[in-house]
Write a protein that binds this ligand. Sequence first.
Ligand code: ADP
Ligand code: MG
Length: 306
Amino acid sequence: MPCAQPLSLAILTIEPDCASTRRLVAAAKARGHHVDLINTMDCSLHVEGSTLSIEHGGARLPRYDAIIPRIGAAMTSHGCAVVRQLEAIGVPCLASADAILSSRDKRQAHQLFCAAGIPTPKTSFFCVPRDIQDVLTSSGPLPLVIKPLQSSQGYGVEKVETTEDLHRIVDLYIRQQKDFLVQTFIDEAGGRDLRCVVLGDRVVAAITRTAAPGDFRSNLHPGGHAQAAKVSDRERALAQRAASAVGLSFAGVDILRGRDGPVVLEVNSSPGLEGIERATAFDLADQVIRHVESKIAPRACAGTAA
Ligand code: ADP
Ligand code: MG
């Protein structure tokens, strides 16, 4: 049943044709809302005296009831600046710029997880090769995992089997002035992870993702496959706390089933919808739009039909 009062919504993305965007557009329309696609790259931000404004494709951005940011790793800096400006102007956003940045930066996210008592694999951040020995002592033994601080979809996530390889890869990161982390390899996860989707304050859907043969990364993009998952109460609570630790009310939380219990790898602020909807037959897009109606733009959507 459509919302009692149609909203004027916009999705902020550089991927207007991707499956997740299309699902959100379809769900918003099915609920009777107007929805625009705003290309993040085409947004220019203007600051004049005490006035902030945003132009999109040369015209002033209309006043939306709510914005759904879909800020991918390729557009983090400008995308978050747009979200921050929208927030400053008073436009309700499904995710705040601070929350997107905290979750995107794996170092900051791990600091927040630690403060919230959320277990993670042992993880080290450093920037000079001489610290490799300390890391081998604290997070070792080999193999270890090394990944860029802003990795996404498994790109750049590597398993390191030898000290020589660790030195070589660390040197490369340092020479390219790229931030990275080194982490204990959770062998017993067996190339599988648990992706929990948190919406509001609960886990609404979950899948296990299994890496392609010969790979340990279970992301769907490099070839992993998804199956609906049963989630324990402990995993459910962990996913909710991890999303809340970085300040997101809609998030995909990646969990590994370790020997000593579940550990959180990361929280994604723009989880893909396609893989989870296909594996679980759960209408996540519809639930996201209902969440926007009731929690992000409740005044604009007063009298929402159930
Ligand atoms: P990304 O942001 O690129 O998805 P993740 O930290 O989620 O980065 O890692 C991608 C995938 O690699 C995970 O889903 C998991 O399958 C595998 N992986 C990452 N870190 C570890 C680890 N420490 N031990 C075992 N597998 C890991
Ligand atoms: Mg991940």
